[in-house]
Design a protein around this ligand. Structure first.
Ligand SMILES: Cc1cc2nc3c(=O)[nH]c(=O)nc-3n(C[C@H](O)[C@H](O)[C@H](O)COP(=O)(O)OP(=O)(O)OC[C@H]3O[C@@H](n4cnc5c(N)ncnc54)[C@H](O)[C@@H]3O)c2cc1C
Length: 346
């Protein structure tokens, strides 16, 4: 394990896609799973606080940083561990960059994650909030999650049911009981995508919802759509200095729709509807580019709050509060943050 206690690496802004976050007590890097588990065990034994960071693309860390140990997860590895009539089982180390794994699947003729192309972060982070985009979410293909359970003091292999996947959530989110060490995905051996479910993607592909298209075409089209929205990391493009969507799409009682007028919405279970947070934000008076102090709504996507280079976490959260309060005042709907907030609150 490598200890990197000195500046500038001690500043967590070096490890987050927002490029925000103050200093850590210590920063260590784990390249092997047993190092990562050992770090968790020794921090627990010593009563030290520990924060796991992989890609840093779904965390907002306070300007005062994290007064504890930060563990950078850099384990790598993709391995086919089985194949039967139900598909090909691929085990991916938690620190493996997610999009490298998607590229591998597409190149290998393995179908099921192609619409999740271009999402930043690591494979082991995808179960945390059940990562999803363009009609796919990892809950569709995860066969098992390998996780060190701090309560049991052992690695467990958890079924999808035990993971409690929901819309941008799971048992892992906002709970540090588990360190995800690897994820098993069950993919189909096919050169074609899973049926396309997302209308915008189908339109761009010149396909109908439910059609299958070549894997490469699905990946390339998703990457193009995402890049146009600033949703593929690009150090030169500050519209991508974000955590992706800052707010989740709110699920509200259908009765609230009467006060919201023409908002698009989708059924979300008995008596509930899901509303697009981006629509609510724009219609409450916060357009793309709406700026705070060194921070702004992305010029390409209303849901992405970005650091323009001179921002602080305090300024980003001020902007988020202005938007949240404005939407509440206009529509009576509460927006909730999608990323994990560390050492700060909304
Ligand atoms: C430009 C952009 C676009 C995005 N688009 C999407 C999208 O389309 N869909 C989507 O769902 N998300 C999207 N995101 C959000 C983000 O990329 C995902 O949530 C991603 O899975 C986070 O991975 P990470 O490795 O960066 O996690 P981190 O930010 O490093 O960590 C996130 C949280 O998970 C915890 N954690 C990380 N690894 C582990 C582990 N192994 N075990 C236990 N806990 C762990 C951390 O402690 C933290 O609480 C986007 C983000 C950006 C910046």
């Amino acid at each position: 394990m490598t200890d990197t206690p000195s500046a500038p690496e001690r500043f967590l802004s070096a490890y987050t896609t927002l490029r925000l976050g103050g200093p850590a007590g210590t920063v260590t890097t784990a390249v092997h799973t047993d190092e990562a588990v050992g770090a968790v065990q020794s921090a627990a034994a010593a009563g030290r606080r520990l924060l796991v960071l992989a890609g840093g693309s779904n965390v907002v860390i306070g300007d005062d940083g994290f007064d504890g140990e930060v563990l950078l997860l850099r384990t790598r590895g993709v391995e086919v561990v089985g194949e039967d009539a139900s598909g090909v089982l691929v085990r991916v180390a938690a620190g493996e960059p997610w999009d490298d794994f998607v590229a591998y699947a597409v190149t290998s003729g393995l179908s099921g994650v192609e619409c999740l192309s271009g999402i930043p972060g690591a494979a082991g982070s995808t179960p945390i909030q059940n990562v999803g985009a363009y009609g796919q979410e990892v809950a569709h293909t995860i066969a098992a999650v390998h996780a060190y359970d701090r309560q049991a003091g052992a690695i467990r292999v958890m079924t999808p049911e035990e993971c409690g996947f929901g819309y941008r959530t799971s048992v892992f989110k906002h709970d540090d009981r588990y360190l995800v060490t690897a994820v098993d995905f069950r993919l189909s051996r096919s050169g074609e995508s899973a049926p396309i479910r997302y209308a915008e993607l189908a339109r761009s592909l010149g396909a109908e919802a439910g059609d299958r298209v070549p894997l490469r075409q699905a990946r390339d089209t998703v990457l193009k759509l995402r890049a146009g929205k600033g949703m593929v990391l690009d150090p030169e493009d500050r519209d991508t200095w974000s955590v992706g969507s800052f707010f989740t799409n709110p699920v509200v009682p259908a009765g609230l729709l009467a006060g919201i007028g023409e908002a698009p919405h989708w059924p979300a279970g008995e008596g509930l509807v899901k509303l697009p947070a981006a629509w609510l934000i724009e219609h409450a008076g916060f357009p793309k580019g709406f700026a705070g102090d060194g921070v702004a709504i992305s010029g390409k996507h209303t849901l992405a709050l970005t650091n323009r280079g001179s921002g602080t976490t305090a300024a980003l959260l001020d902007l988020a509060r202005t938007i949240r309060d404005g939407v509440r005042a206009r529509y009576g709907v509460e927006l909730h943050p999608e990323p994990v907030l560390v050492g700060c609150e909304l």
